[in-house]
Design a protein around this ligand. Sequence first.
Ligand code: SAM
Length: 243
Amino acid sequence: MSKAEDERNRQAGSFGVVADAYERGRPPYPTDAVTWLVPVGARTVVDLGAGTGKLTRALRRPGRKVVAVEPSAEMRAQFARVLPEVPLLHGTAESIPLPDTSADALVCGQAWHWVDPERAVAEAARVLRPGGWLGLVWNDRDVSEPWVAELDQILRGYAAAPTEDRQADRLGRPFEPVQSRDFRWKHLMTPGQILDMVASRSYVITLKPETREELLGRVRALLDAKHPVEMPYVTKCYRARLS
Ligand SMILES: C[S@@+](CC[C@H](N)C(=O)[O-])C[C@H]1O[C@@H](n2cnc3c(N)ncnc32)[C@H](O)[C@@H]1O
């Protein structure tokens, strides 16, 4: 395994230690984005890399079965506290513990950059019924707002976000060409929630403790003068139909 792959795996597996901060600090998903990603008539929907269930909550509809798949035991524990009634399975996007052609839609929120896309695409094609949809989504901070750009600058000074190549726009066969759409919205957050959001980023979790404290101190100083504030987000959505 190369050093880069090793680091990627370390970060992909890091979320469990901050599962509670993740639940407090990470934003939800806007309804119009989720409605665009998953056909309204989808009866069985699987949330891959469900984490604490942020996306799962937005997927639920009367008459629809939502199943969550998540590799981290700590994230599953947090999920089970928040959504005890939703079926939750131990698995990954590369190895989904569900039968062939059993789902109308698969979604993956903020997690596709952690998977091996070749294996995950093959696995998604196995689990989806023909004509089913694979939807990928990321909530990105909108850095066109100056204070958010400043926050981003601080974070980049300490570590690079592992999201540069998400491989979302080229899923390839047997999927039809990927369609994409952005949704802009704002999420009211307290400074404490913003700190939790920062503390729950994989590249912050895996910093040395003293470096992480220094970074959080700088973010605290930036937020000092702020009361609850509207964090601007761009929710980036990608969807493709199984041919
Ligand atoms: C940033 S969190 C996203 C959680 C949730 N989907 C959300 O939108 O808040 C990334 C999640 O992907 C999970 N993960 C890491 N590697 C994975 C893989 N190969 N397959 C599926 N999930 C994975 C992590 O355990 C973590 O819960």
